[in-house]
Design a protein around this ligand. Structure first.
Ligand SMILES: C[S@@+](CC[C@H](N)C(=O)[O-])C[C@H]1O[C@@H](n2cnc3c(N)ncnc32)[C@H](O)[C@@H]1O
Length: 292
């Protein structure tokens, strides 16, 4: 899909995705949110007044990681290419009384209309893999963070034990994913770490998150949208959700096979030391990740 068609496509998703039209939180929405917030608390300093998050999709649904990151007096900037998705996120922020703390920018995250070093932390959880130039989006995330600020980038894991990449590919071939998302690139850990290194991030930390099988997550979202509460009430489903969550929290090594992998680093470009990385350098390394 060429860049000029992206806003139209995602605006269409805003109207048709069952996740974006779901009225209340599904059970996996709640667990997924808790896992992300726990991870960010564990890995990050938490000293952020101004946070940038790529894409407003989650905030437009009932998962809403970003809205829970806003602390007293803090601000959240969401950048999304779709006006439709941004508007839905704005409504959810207002419902939470966060209208004055959440700022929506409708723009391409490969070239954000933000000045350098204007935020304390930037994060994305499943965003940059939606564009072929994911390395530019990563570069942009680092560019806008202040010196010493933190950067989190989460992408789909090619080594996921429940075969996320293969399942998504099959659903795309069958045409069942079109209303939800465009095809996403999957990565292995070394590729994500190389990208972070190419952008001169310091104190790089790598892990994974969402061990619960994605196939069950899709099923849960679909049933919630259809108003069918069979799965929600199923003891087995709840037990599985709990078991996978506990495993992920207690045994960090298991996260290597989770649905998503994430890298966290600290920006240390140096003010006048000429250590700055360029988007070109990032592209050099970033071209290696395999498409799935
Ligand atoms: C499938 S959703 C991402 C899902 C979400 N991050 C998650 O964790 O489930 C993709 C989002 O990225 C946005 N998006 C895609 N390409 C973009 C681009 N080039 N610039 C800004 N936003 C973009 C879409 O509008 C949409 O809100």
């Amino acid at each position: 899909m060429d860049g000029t068609k992206l806003p139209e496509y995602w605006d269409w998703v805003a109207e048709h995705s069952f996740h974006l039209r779901q009225r209340s939180s599904s059970i996996t929405d709640i667990y997924y949110r808790k896992l992300i917030l726990t991870l960010i608390n564990q890995l990050g300093s938490g000293c952020w007044k101004r946070i940038l998050k790529l894409d407003a999709y989650n905030e437009a649904t009932n998962t809403q990681y970003g809205l829970y990151l806003v602390k007293d007096g803090g601000e959240l900037i969401l950048v999304d290419i779709s006006l439709g998705i941004a508007m839905k996120a704005l409504v959810k922020a207002a419902e939470k009384g966060l209208s004055h703390s959440v700022h929506l920018i409708v723009a391409d995250f490969r070239m954000m209309p933000l000045r350098p070093e204007c935020v304390d932390m930037s994060c994305s959880f499943g965003s940059i893999e939606h564009v072929p130039e994911y390395n530019l989006a990563f570069y942009e995330q680092v560019r806008v963070v202040r010196e010493g600020g933190e950067v989190f980038v989460g992408v789909p894991n090619l080594l996921n034990f429940s075969l996320r990449a293969l399942s998504a590919k099959m659903l795309h071939i069958m045409g069942l994913m079109k209303k939800m998302t465009n095809p996403e690139r999957h990565f292995v850990g070394s590729q994500l770490i190389s990208l972070a290194k190419s952008l001169n991030l310091a104190n790089i930390y790598f892990t994974g998150y969402h061990l619960f099988p994605k196939q069950l997550r899709w099923l849960d979202l679909w049933m919630e949208y259809r108003g069918v509460d069979k799965l929600k009430r199923s003891r087995l489903f709840r037990w599985l959700l709990k078991a996978f969550t506990l495993m992920e929290l207690r045994y960090p090594f298991a996260r290597i096979f989770a649905e998503m992998i994430i890298v966290k680093g600290v920006k240390r470009w140096g003010r006048d030391t000429g250590q700055r990385s360029s988007p070109g350098e990032a592209i050099g390394i970033g071209q290696r990740p395999r498409s799935t």
